[in-house]
Design a protein around this ligand. Structure first.
Ligand SMILES: Cc1ncc(COP(=O)(O)O)c(C=O)c1O
Length: 397
């Protein structure tokens, strides 16, 4: 049994390779320490500086720093006034945050299927899902590869709905040479611990519309009128007015200092991900049992995720067993995503069956996210490739 198991899994790394590790250098540590010593911990000058720097980076007029990407999505829908009778189109192949924010308003998330190659929402399926109630669409740039925003813009203009980009994975990514952040009406980024830029937890909402940005900034701090954060500063005032029942979504200066330092290192961290992805794709190219990601020629991806797909008909093991064998080789992997319509909440609320979104369902069953992060060494990358090669060789049909 032991010998058979060894031959199926191949060589084992000496230590466990985590799925994701944040890249925190002395720069980030110093920046956070400076804030801790400054006497100002919550939203203040660092958060404002981060917003300005981020807006410039993304090539947009306004950025609102928040405590999560989910908050950014929520405030995007709030800014455009989504109501209980509205429909918002989302891909089935995403994380629940994309759709749950629609439910916060009592509105309906209308799921659509995805393209088999990019795993991004299928524009043809979007067209079929349009109804007189369609008020907005949230596109997700899965793994970092931008959606087909040019075609989505065309549909949005002819059918009068707004575009929100869930760019939780897409920093930095481009479409047609232009950064993600400037394609949709509003764009939400996430700085969760596994993301390409992290503030531990955090997010940023960007837009060119001053009124939406102002509304989001106010709703992020209890719906208090302008510059609520200043009320404890010398140039602030004790007087404030509540203009709506808002939320508590503001980003702390501690997190913003971390974000600013990370933004300064984003290009360097991104280039490391690009190199790792290239190494994987080169190595997997001669294995017909697996399929590396397809990146369309008009786009670049942030490589937040490297989703390898298995050709299950060429393997004697299923995806769960493949993941177990990688784990036994000390390589941690994950799955992105379990399509929304398979989860009990969405399945039962909207009476979905697995086959309602056949591409999302089929691709999910063969998807494995490989470790990809800037702190991986060349040896780590080699170990992942070796583990995949050996498991494929031992389980080839
Ligand atoms: C596609 C997608 N959207 C939104 C989010 C939510 O981001 P956050 O965890 O910062 O709230 C995530 C988080 O992982 C995500 O993967």
């Amino acid at each position: 049994m032991m010998i058979e198991e060894r031959s199926r899994q191949g060589q084992r790394r000496a230590t466990l390779l985590p799925f994701a590790v944040p890249d925190i250098s002395q720069l980030e540590i110093d920046a956070v320490l400076e804030v801790l010593r400054s006497g100002w911990l919550t939203t203040g000058p660092k958060a404002k500086e981060f917003e300005r720097a981020f807006a410039d980076y993304a090539g947009v007029r306004h950025a609102v720093a928040l405590n999560s990407g989910t908050a950014a999505l929520h405030l995007a829908l709030d800014a455009i006034g989504i109501g209980p009778h509205d429909e918002v189109i989302v891909p089935a192949y995403t994380f629940t945050a994309t759709a749950e924010v629609i439910r916060y308003f009592g509105a309906r998330p209308v799921l659509v299927d995805v393209e088999a190659d990019t795993l991004n929402m299928d524009v043809g399926a979007v067209e079929q899902a349009l109804s007189p109630r369609t008020r907005a669409l949230i596109g997700v740039d899965i793994a970092g590869q931008p959606c087909d925003w040019q075609r989505l813009r065309g549909l949005a203009e002819s059918h009068k709905f707004l575009l929100v980009d869930d760019a939780a994975h897409a920093l930095p990514s481009t479409l047609g040479g232009r950064s993600v952040g400037s394609w949709a009406d509003l764009t939400a980024f996430s700085f969760y611990a596994t993301k390409t830029l992290t503030t531990g937890e955090g997010g940023m909402l960007v837009t060119d519309c001053a009124a939406w940005a102002e509304r989001a900034a106010s709703m992020a701090l209890h719906g208090i009128s302008k510059d609520a954060w200043k009320r404890y500063t010398a140039d602030g005032s004790w007087y404030y007015e509540v203009i709506a029942p808002g939320f508590k979504y503001n980003m702390t200066d501690i997190a913003a200092a971390l974000g600013l330092a990370q933004l300064g290192r984003l290009e360097e961290m991104y280039q490391r991900r690009v190199a790792i992805a290239a190494q994987y794709t080169f190595a997997f190219a001669d294995m017909p049992e697996v399929e590396p990601p397809t990146i369309r020629p008009d786009r670049t991806t942030a490589w937040h995720l490297y989703i390898l797909r298995l050709h299950l008909s060429r393997l004697r093991c299923d995806r769960a067993e493949f993941i177990r064998l990688l784990g036994a080789a000390n390589v941690c992997v994950s799955v992105h995503f379990i399509p929304l319509h398979l989860h009990p909440y969405y399945r039962t609320t909207y009476a979905y069956t697995a086959e309602d979104f056949p591409i999302a369902y089929a691709e999910y069953q063969r998807a494995v996210s490989m470790p990809i992060y800037s702190r991986m060494s060349d040896q780590d990358v080699e170990d992942v490739i070796t583990a995949v090669r050996q498991i494929v060789a031992a389980n080839r049909r």
